[in-house]
Design a protein around this ligand. Structure first.
Ligand code: GRF
Length: 200
């Protein structure tokens, strides 16, 4: 299965996918990496792994329309089958969502539908969980749609929040688990246990 990964910053989830493809733990390949951020570590990781990487944003292409068209072109050129949004902080283009209907997934570091939506990213998510006194948090992978962090939930893992946890310790604990969970879920997609429907 050919997976396109979108990431805005560090790309440690991307790295977990690259490593799993390389070791054979995941029967797939990362066909292309797209980032809105030309200076992202994610694009460096792609380069280091010999995977084509594209900085793509309105600044580069002039308009949302032109950006969407170029994204579709690149995704099609690399024969993308599934798109994984792994720390991608931009809204996904409607045209891409339409073309890759049911095939675009997002990972979020909390138990959606709680602690998601616009502005809920990075340490803010974990701080909100701690502030609310939650006894558990977790990770969600869902199908992406035009809104932030909505769309059908395909898999979740629960992670306890301990008395001594801070937003930072919780963030570190969850990110570590993400690296395992994202590969597990992609494996289920590859095996057809999570359906993606026919290509459009
Ligand atoms: C992860 O916590 C992911 O759930 C969220 O963004 C973070 C990306 O981390 N959507 P990294 O850039 O892969 O290290």
């Amino acid at each position: 299965m050919r997976i396109a990964v979108f990431a805005s910053h560090n790309g440690s989830d991307l790295q977990a996918i690259i490593d799993a493809c390389k070791s054979g733990a995941l029967d797939a390949s990362v066909c292309v990496v797209i980032s809105n951020n030309g200076g992202s570590r994610a694009l460096e990781r792609a380069r280091d792994a010999g995977i084509p990487g594209y900085p793509m944003n309105v600044g580069v292409y002039g308009s949302e329309e032109a950006l969407s068209d170029k994204m579709l072109e690149v995704l099609d050129d690399y024969k993308t089958e599934v798109i994984m949004l792994a720390g991608y902080l931009k809204k996904m283009s409607g045209k891409v969502l339409q073309r890759y209907h049911n095939r675009v997934f997002n990972i979020h570091p909390a138990l959606l539908p709680k602690y998601g939506g616009e502005g809920m990213y990075g340490i803010r998510v974990h701080q909100a969980v701690i502030d609310a006194g939650e006894k558990e948090s977790g990770i969600t992978i869902h199908r992406a749609n035009a809104a932030y962090d909505e769309g059908e939930i395909v898999s979740q893992v629960r992670i306890p929040v301990l008395e001594e946890d801070t937003a930072d310790t919780l963030a570190a604990k969850i990110l570590k688990q993400e690296h395992i969970f994202i590969v597990d879920v992609l494996n289920k997609i590859v095996k057809g246990e999570i359906p993606i429907g026919a290509e459009k």
